[in-house]
Design a protein around this ligand. Structure first.
Ligand code: CA
Length: 505
């Protein structure tokens, strides 16, 4: 190789190797942006003013959208909290793992510690990783003992630090957990939980608000409901401040706007659609706090901010809350939580899983609007591609690299997409603009498959299944190939689903 040609080749190889080395150790901010994932709870497709809301204004979300890509066809995996979060974190459809329906406050950690997660993958890429806010993925082992170190938890699946509320605001325990300890717990006043107590029963009241389950003890550790958002904003900003010197990943999961909706008094009356709207304004305020912090630290340009929600919106009348003076059942003033979409949280209509989704990364992402079909299950593989991380065999089995769609350069995204309900079926299934509901359109007596063309029927009103049996068959087969379950449409056509049977009782 000691010839002129050989030296030239060697020089080129060295240059290439140098370029590779540079890429591998890419400077912070170029190919390894900080990642702040702001994950709202129960905010629907129509709940932000950048998505068409009129009776509630969300200027901070809107400024994020104006500087990033705003997606119009982005989805959670499921239409309720726990399975959406499970799929987001693991890159695996939640229906594949038993027990990933809505978790109680004493459920053990639902993600096995040997799994690759969004957090562990980014930690492997050299990121400082933190979670602040609503967890709802189980903690410790069932039934969780909150009076001892709570392990395993977020720190066993990739987060360096955690400041979380264990389940939901309407479930006990009503305490903050920092890393593996309940904050301000007095050992002389241990926490005792009773999940046989139902929401609204006399024993279910904590801080005057009915919860799912009862809590006694842990009095000094009780959170203050109307300060929850202030605490989440503050802890999120503290994490950013503390981590600013190295690439960081913050999973900021707000409690807003899940019930009980108890916004801080400063937000009372800030929307024209009642307490639910005020809780959206409060969510927007949290977003503003985070954006301001990034601006103040000079990190806005080198930080990818992803904003989304864990499922669609619902006009909850707050159930027992309303009966006890919390919430405002009549104050929604005609505001549509899911905009033009049909269905709500808990359904596999588009309103159950199609949610706001915004990606801002000024260094790389050109502002715009994208109609690409996007699923949250793909964040893991896409961010692994961005940061040059390999996903171990067998991990994140349903996550695909759609980084180009997330960065706004691929206008198509996924070809197909699965939507699931709570524990699994019923499913919804998308192939481009086509939407299949194997178990029908929910109309009384209409249990057969339903097919809609969202390109001209976004509200899923015109069932084309009878007119297009071949497309129904093809999409049914595609879905079955993913789930391993046959939809059994013939049986469904005659027998109402469980929910329908319950209603009839
Ligand atoms: Ca939720």
């Amino acid at each position: 190789m000691n010839t002129g040609r050989g030296r030239r080749i060697m020089t080129r190889r060295l240059a290439a190797a140098g370029a590779l080395a540079l890429a591998a150790g890419a400077s912070h901010g170029a190919d390894r942006p900080n990642v702040v994932l702001i994950y709202a709870d129960d905010i629907g497709y129509g709940d932000l003013s950048c998505y068409g809301a009129v009776k509630v204004k969300t200027p901070h979300c809107d400024r994020l959208a104006a500087a990033g890509v705003r997606f119009t066809d982005a989805h959670t995996v499921a239409s309720v909290c726990t399975p959406s979060r499970y799929a987001l974190m693991t890159g695996e459809y939640a229906f594949r793992k038993k027990g990933t329906g809505i978790a109680s406050g004493i459920e053990g950690l639902l993600i096995h510690t040997n799994r690759t997660t969004l957090a562990s993958m980014l930690k492997g890429a050299g990121y400082a990783t933190g979670v602040v806010g609503k967890w709802h993925l189980g903690l410790g082992t069932n039934p969780t003992d909150y009076n001892a170190p709570i392990r395993p938890g977020p720190r066993e699946i990739g987060f360096d630090s955690a400041w979380i509320l264990p389940a939901t605001g309407d479930r006990v325990p009503c305490v903050w957990v920092e890393n593996d300890r309940v904050v301000n717990l007095d050992p002389a006043d241990p926490i005792r939980l009773d999940y046989s107590i139902r929401r609204g029963d006399p024993g279910s009241f904590v801080n005057g608000i009915p919860r799912i389950g009862g809590q006694t003890g842990g009095t000094a550790a009780l959170w203050k409901d109307d300060e929850m958002s202030l605490v989440i904003a503050q802890k999120g900003c503290e994490f950013i401040e503390k981590s600013k010197g190295a690439p960081f990943f913050l999973f900021l999961a707000t409690h807003n706007i899940h019930v009980p909706r108890v916004p801080n008094p400063r937000f009372k009356g800030t929307s024209e659609c009642g307490v639910r709207g005020d809780a959206i304004v409060e969510f927007d305020w949290i977003v503003g706090q985070v954006l301001d912090k990034l601006d103040a630290l000079g990190l806005a340009g080198t930080t990818m901010v992803v904003l989304s929600s864990d499922n669609g919106g619902v006009n909850d009348n707050n159930g027992p809350d309303a009966a006890h003076g919390i919430g405002d059942p009549d104050g929604t003033n005609g505001h549509p939580p899911n905009g033009p979409l049909r269905g709500t949280k808990g359904s596999v209509w588009e309103g159950g899983t199609r949610v706001p989704f915004i990606v801002r990364w000024p260094a790389k992402v050109k502002p715009g609007v994208s109609g690409a079909l996007v699923s949250q299950v793909d964040l893991l593989a896409s961010l692994a591609a961005l940061t040059g991380q390999a996903i171990p065999a067998g991990q994140a089995p349903d996550s695909r690299d759609h980084l180009a769609a997330l960065l706004g350069t691929d206008a198509t995204g996924r070809e197909t997409l699965l939507e699931q309900s709570n524990g699994g079926a019923p499913f919804g299934f998308r192939h481009g603009p086509w939407k299949l509901l194997p178990r029908g359109d929910g109309k009384k007596g209409g249990g057969g498959p339903a097919l809609f063309n969202l390109a001209d029927d976004l509200g899923e009103t015109n069932n084309l299944a009878a007119a297009q049996p071949e497309r129904v068959a093809a999409m049914t087969a595609e879905l079955a190939a993913i789930t391993g379950q046959t939809a059994a449409p013939a049986a469904d056509a005659k027998a109402p689903g469980k929910a329908e049977r319950r209603k009839r009782r």
